[in-house]
Design a binder for this molecule. Sequence first.
Ligand SMILES: [Zn+2]
Length: 211
Amino acid sequence: MPRRCQRSVDRRSGFTLIELLIVLSLIGTLMALLLPAAMDAHRKGRMTKCMGNARQIVSLFNIAVQDLRMVYPSPAGNDNAFAQDATLKLFFKDINLLKCPSDSGAPSYPGGNPCFNAGLSLASYCYAKSDISGVGVMGVGGKRASAFRSPSQKALLVEPTLDPANGCSWHSKVPSSGMVGFLDSHALLAPTNCPGVIATAAMPPRDRLYY
Ligand SMILES: [Zn+2]
């Protein structure tokens, strides 16, 4: 009797090859199901962080503009670059706000766009000081805040990835999408080529969004 019990225990211990293969295939199936969802959640998390950055940057900008007699700054130097300009830099105590988490910080950027982040010496966002013709955004530098009658439709900052000419998209699988921050401090991720939303070739008429 004790011997029979011993044999039964031996037979049950450990996995057979088939059981092992079944477990491995189950793990593989689970990974295949869960991995895309996890990556998607990660991507959305970065997008949410970027949107928060854009909102905070515009809010800080609007506070600073109150000290500038309600005129948007138009500092000399690199057009539309946030972090390169000392005046604009003063607005941001936390320079990390200027970095989009999806911006990989590659040192060379097509077209040499100065807004690209490279070790935080530059920024991931462009201030619409001057016209950003590639994405149909009119510059605000030197203009009074009261000049813009629809703050919810006037872009103050954009990510350079919006411009297909830059040939780079760090936010999504959709080519050329990027964050846009508006004067009323809301932000959205806008794809280029979205009809009626953002122009890519020529400057859109004045009643278009982003003007
Ligand atoms: Zn971003």
